[in-house]
Write a protein that binds this ligand. Structure first.
Ligand SMILES: [Zn+2]
Ligand SMILES: [Zn+2]
Length: 345
């Protein structure tokens, strides 16, 4: 099969992903083989390609996979050939460690990420454990479903971790791909919640989009919102929004940081942290890590019910490096998705 393979990480400008002919994988016990229609392109794939996130090598990246089941391994009974399915970031967890036993498989000591610890979706075929494979609701085309499997599911996990109740005030810091999907889920799940959105100063179009999607107020990080936040989600790669979120959080409120890593460029913002202003009165900071299968199983039907319709920009598989370069430059129009099969909806 054809695959875009990463053997040696490097700057995306040097095109580290190479088109290769590799053996088509066979499903083992409990696995399915999926003929891939499309695979979303994510900032995490860029971190892998440029060597900031450790992966197995060589690796086929990609963890927002939509396709059709083509073969099933022994004992696999959830799907039949022809079923349309998706695979997200969680490839497998051991099911036996203390975190798995407590229902937190995202924290598993032996967590394996799709397209990171196991080969992913920048290829014509994928094998995956059937329990990490989800039916795709018919409301979505293949292309629309792909971004829901990462930006959508991870945002949904962050929302769950806020413990938000209907009628409360939720703040978003940053308004990119994940936030713009999530606000639609918030409006649906918590119709009386008030959403305030904070962007970088001058990002007027993001603020306008936030209001069109139901934010009651949108301003710049550092502005004083009309009321304090019961909960906040930080979607940014920087530190200043953490300090600002803590400043405008209501007593007892919780900030959830939805990021795999933070950049160092504005780390000195943390020196502004003042105990009385930012931390006291039982304010909390929590981070998200990975996703559970339950997050995907809950989010996909919810997204279909709303329905959420992600905007996508399509690239052929061979152009994965070019797509990732646009992700790096922040120049994609909607979520980038690789078209892999001839027949894609
Ligand atoms: Zn992702
Ligand atoms: Zn485990």
């Amino acid at each position: 099969m054809k695959a875009m393979v990463l053997a040696q990480p490097g700057p995306i400008e040097s095109k580290p992903l190479k088109l290769r002919e590799v053996p088509t994988p066979s499903p083992r016990a409990g696995e399915v083989r999926i003929k891939i229609a499309v695979c979303g392109v994510c900032h995490t794939d860029l971190d892998e390609a440029e060597g900031r996130l450790k992966t197995k090598l060589p690796v086929i990246p990609g963890h927002q996979i939509v396709g059709r089941v083509e073969a099933v391994g022994s004992g696999a009974s959830r799907f039949r050939p022809g079923d349309r399915v998706g695979v997200a970031w969680i490839y497998s967890a051991d099911g036996t460690c203390q975190f798995c036993r407590a229902g937190n498989e995202n924290l598993c000591l032996n967590f394996r990420g799709t397209g990171c610890d196991a080969d992913g979706g920048y290829a014509e075929y994928l094998v995956a454990p059937e329990e990490s494979t989800y039916p795709i609701p018919e409301q979505f085309t293949d292309l629309q479903a792909a971004p829901l499997l990462c930006a959508g599911v991870i945002g949904y996990r962050a929302l769950r971790l806020t413990n938000l109740r209907d009628g409360q005030i939720l703040g978003f810091f940053g308004f990119g791909a994940s936030a713009h999907l999530l606000i639609q889920a918030v409006r649906h799940k918590f119709p009386n919640a008030r959403v305030f959105v904070f962007t970088r100063p001058g990002q007027k179009e993001h603020q306008e989009l936030a209001k069109r999607l139901g934010a009651e107020w949108a301003g710049a990080t550092g502005d004083d919102p009309p009321a304090r936040l019961h909960a906040a989600i930080d979607f940014t790669p920087t530190w200043a929004p953490i300090v600002e979120a803590m400043r405008v959080l209501e007593r007892g409120g919780r900030l959830v940081i939805n990021a795999i890593r933070k950049e160092d460029r504005d780390k000195d913002a943390l020196l502004r942290l003042d105990y009385a202003t930012h931390l006291w009165l039982e304010k909390e900071i929590k981070t998200t890590a990975n996703v559970t299968r339950q997050d995907a199983r809950e989010f996909l039907p919810l997204a279909a019910e709303i329905p959420i319709r992600p905007e996508v920009q399509v690239f052929p598989l061979e152009q994965a490096n070019e797509a990732l370069l646009l992700v790096k430059q922040g120049k994609t129009q909607g979520a980038a998705v690789l078209r892999i099969s001839e027949s894609v909806s």
